[in-house]
Design a protein around this ligand. Sequence first.
Ligand SMILES: C[S@@+](CC[C@H](N)C(=O)[O-])C[C@H]1O[C@@H](n2cnc3c(N)ncnc32)[C@H](O)[C@@H]1O
Length: 390
Amino acid sequence: MTPSARTQAAIELLDQIIAAARDSGAAADTLIARYFATRRYAGSKDRRAVRDLVYAAIRAVGERPPTGRSAMLALAASDAEVAATFDGVGHGPAPIGKKEVTAATGIAPRWIIDRLYGSDLDEADCAALIDRAPLDVRINRAIDEVIAIEGAEPIAGLADGLRLPSGTQVENLPAYNHGAIEVQDAGSQIVTLAARAQPGQRIVDLCAGAGGKTLALAAVMRGEGVVLATDTDRNRLSRLAPRAERARAGIIESRLINPGRELEMLDDWIGSADCVLIDAPCSGTGTWRRNPEARWRLTPDRIERLVETQRKVLEVGAALVKPGGALVYIVCSLLDEEGAGQVATFLAANPGWRAQSLDLPAGRRHGPGTRLTPAHDATDGFFVARLHHA
Ligand SMILES: C[S@@+](CC[C@H](N)C(=O)[O-])C[C@H]1O[C@@H](n2cnc3c(N)ncnc32)[C@H](O)[C@@H]1O
């Protein structure tokens, strides 16, 4: 592909990504994979170049832009090489007109930035939310294997964490294929430590998804006890079983639950868990480094609905914890209404619970919990609180 044809491909993809962000469609990565599945003429260099252009444009533009071309023009405004590809030659985009709409550059929609500022973040914190994310893995000690990955660096405070050089093809590493490493952001590994999982315990991972944190919990339990992974999304939860098998995590059970009927479907666990981990559905403002187009999807209504779901899952989780046990509440968002504020509301309504202080290898105290941010901790953004049941 010529440089101009690559720009045109990026514009077409951005149009799809903008529509998906508006209509709750597929993630940018999925759309990019689908696009190239039907364009076999594009080689690996072309794919990488188009992908880089698409993500550079998404990062540059804070508000959802009207068109892919307007987003690419925003990139062209600060990059002469990109601007030169608007040449109208062959499959290239038409030359830039005098009165064309160029999308505004920025970090995120103004209303979200205001809420982030209102949650004690400053300009540098907000800017770091759309940096490029590093590639972190967790070593799975259940598999006896010496891990030697070129360029891997240890992560401070995480005995099982490694940061890999960007561009490392993890799926091609023997350690990955043997289940000896799992891709997991350092922040995600750190907040899971708040569960203080021990061999022999009974733990519920209530919003387990595909089981990133479930596997981390099972790994420290060394084959003793049980981790029950539950979720309302059949697709996500179904991805856990093969991962657990690959990681040789035999203590994981999974259960699909229905929203609104969670306690009915978990009645055998009521009042009996040593710990319930709730990695609640959230706006994901802390993970924009990995999914920068997520900030084009948010609306105040959507956040309001998420806050209500979080309130409900907290109620469900609390009912499962035994006296003396703990509830660990996590969101990968930095908005207080989803994190510190949500937990403060729970504590005010439930006098039998108190926040415990956390001794994590990263993060800073924030309200009743701890907050990790890309700017301060070089991890995804998280809020985590550990609540003790009297
Ligand atoms: C942040 S994701 C979980 C990510 C996962 N823990 C991990 O580490 O990869 C939140 C999950 O909550 C699930 N969820 C939404 N409503 C729920 C509910 N009422 N009960 C349980 N899970 C729910 C979603 O399907 C989603 O998989």
